[in-house]
Design a protein around this ligand. Sequence first.
Ligand code: SF4
Length: 335
Amino acid sequence: MSTSPPPADATLRWHPAGLFFRARLGGRVRKVPLDAGFSCPNRDGTLSRAGCSFCNAEGSGTGLFAQGFGLDGQWAEFSQRVLAKEPKTRLLAYLQAYSNTHAKPERLRAVLGEVASLPGVAGLCLGTRPDCLDVGSGEARLDVLGSFLLHGLPFVQLDLGLQSSDDAVLSRAGRGHDSACFAAATRAAAERGLHVCAHLLHGLPGAGPDDLARSVDFLNTLPVAAVKFHNLLICRDTPLARQWRGGGLAAASREAYIAALIAALERLRPDICVQRVFADPAPGELLAPDWALDKSAALDQLRGAMLRRNTWQGRGLFCPQALPDWNIYYEEGGA
Ligand code: SF4
């Protein structure tokens, strides 16, 4: 571990995604968003038709599958543009919209077979819910994912929504699963060599001021490889939008979110890579807060605040004296 003074470049105040992907895939990585036409149990009536309180159904996906674009067409369109500019970049398929394991194992196998045969695909990131992996009932869908990791896809990351470790907050948000479900899914996925990237959300109704930091404490106990942090967005056509319009909800200021984020980062295990620190609104969906539209200003403010406080990821755990050299976590075997 380095004992040199903190560098002026504050990006290394947290474990960067670029290092995580370079260690596993040997170079710079870009994700190609793909829509395979999956739905979500919280929307199609399996669990509910209401959706999570913060989720805008229109903003969740590209809709390209419904418009008749297959995975190969979506891939060709995006990958050709990227590779024309950055020919050495490795491309990851990203099944992002909705819950991409919400299907029978046979359909999941067929979709992953298509993904594995895309030209030049270096691996897969797949967003889903922890209750869509058959944990506790045969784990058939996890087995399908694990089999592609062994034969066909050299890297698989599961983007698993947790949002909060507080079950009362999850219930109020209408998630339809609890934190124990997330923990069981994470352990079962990691046993198969799948990398789990947890999604956390700051500012849900009923969450206390230290909810994000407490959720990080929970993640620290699990075999999580990565985390994406999000500030709560009030989006059109959501239950939270109605609450916000009625004056019953306010979005966090940029300053308040950054303070909560720094407190959470200081408690995050240094081997867990940080793949996102601010939410990205889809075009036209954002009602509040306005500051969420200027991500680069928010990032500058976060970096400046961490530099001024001379703090970094994991500082509150066991590295209070020295800024970590994140490479050490790969030299020692990785996350
Ligand atoms: S946030 Fe995810 S799980 Fe919740 S309704 Fe939206 S797509 Fe479904």
